[in-house]
Design a protein around this ligand. Structure first.
Ligand SMILES: *Cc1c(COP(=O)(O)O)cnc(C)c1O
Length: 274
């Protein structure tokens, strides 16, 4: 358990009106920035989906983002997923929204009434069973070992879980993600793993100021996605998503073909912890 989890009740559902308005303004501003970046890149409006990165935010804050139009949320820590899941599910149900539903046969809700729930941070194998009933997609799969375990546990529950392969494009030592050299082969192995559905690739932009360096990593991920998707290998048709771009670099990511931007600070404000 991280220290900040002892300072804040993440399951709290009520929210001061003023804070709700602040978050709604944040969502609208980000959506405008996304629309501008789409237009500047000659992309269709709505090409890019907004994922609200909700680490350290409580249920009330997350629902304010959903009420402002967010349809995809992402958590970093399995403990935060489980701390918030019940409250989020109940609040979503009151609005006739379904949280974390897998698309496809058996899914009850249409896309506009579905709130996607992704895990975007590291997953240790002893936490797999805890998060499987909650999230529909794990964006942070970066090894065959994790993919195998996740696939086996999903299969045992009769589920197919969406997976993005996380690639460490910048090569920064502090970052998770597989190396770009091994990514293509790993993607084929994941695509062929029972219980998993390879949905695309994910990366965290280089932690530098230089636009060219940041964009080079994003462009490389896009090339990799194109190769995997067009490879003809089993299970690669569904490899379409490029989850890249955050508060500081989302315009670059959208210019390089991002389909999901993961945004925290620009929606909710600066984090008090981590
Ligand atoms: C926190 C986080 C984000 C969002 O970062 P901001 O700078 O707050 O927009 C995106 N992706 C991951 C994996 C994160 O942990």
């Amino acid at each position: 358990m991280s220290a900040y989890m002892q300072h804040k009740d993440l399951s709290k559902e009520d929210l001061p009106t003023e804070r709700g308005r602040e978050i709604a303004d944040g969502v609208h501003r980000v959506m405008e920035r996304m629309a501008e970046a789409e237009a500047a890149a000659g992309r269709r409006p709505g090409d890019v989906r907004l994922l609200a990165a909700t680490k350290t935010r409580d249920v009330g804050e997350i629902m304010a983002a959903i009420d402002a139009g967010v349809r995809l949320i992402g958590e970093n820590r399995p403990q935060e997923v489980t701390a918030k899941f019940e409250g989020l599910t109940r609040q979503c149900a009151q609005r006739q929204l379904a949280l974390g539903q897998r698309q496809g046969p058996g899914s009850v809700a249409g896309p506009s009434s579905c709130i996607g729930f992704h895990l975007i941070g590291q997953l240790q194998s002893n936490k797999i069973n805890k998060i499987l009933p909650c999230v529909d997609t794990v964006e942070s799969v970066d090894s065959l070992e994790l993919a195998d375990k996740l696939g086996k546990r999903a299969q045992a529950r009769g589920l197919s879980v969406g997976v993005l392969l996380e690639v460490n494009e910048s090569g920064e030592a502090a970052k998770s993600g597989c190396s770009p050299d091994e990514a293509e082969e790993l993607a084929y192995r994941i695509a062929g793993t029972e219980g998993l559905s390879l949905r695309g690739l994910m990366t965290i932009g280089a932690h530098v100021d230089d636009e060219r360096t940041i964009r080079r990593g994003f462009a490389h991920l896009r090339g990799l996605r194109d190769r995997v998707r067009d490879s003809g290998e089993a299970g690669t048709d569904s490899c379409r998503e490029l989850s890249m771009g955050m508060t500081g670099d989302m315009a670059y990511a959208i210019a390089e073909g991002s389909t999901i931007v993961r945004v925290g600070a620009a929606i909710f404000g600066k984090r008090a912890f981590i």
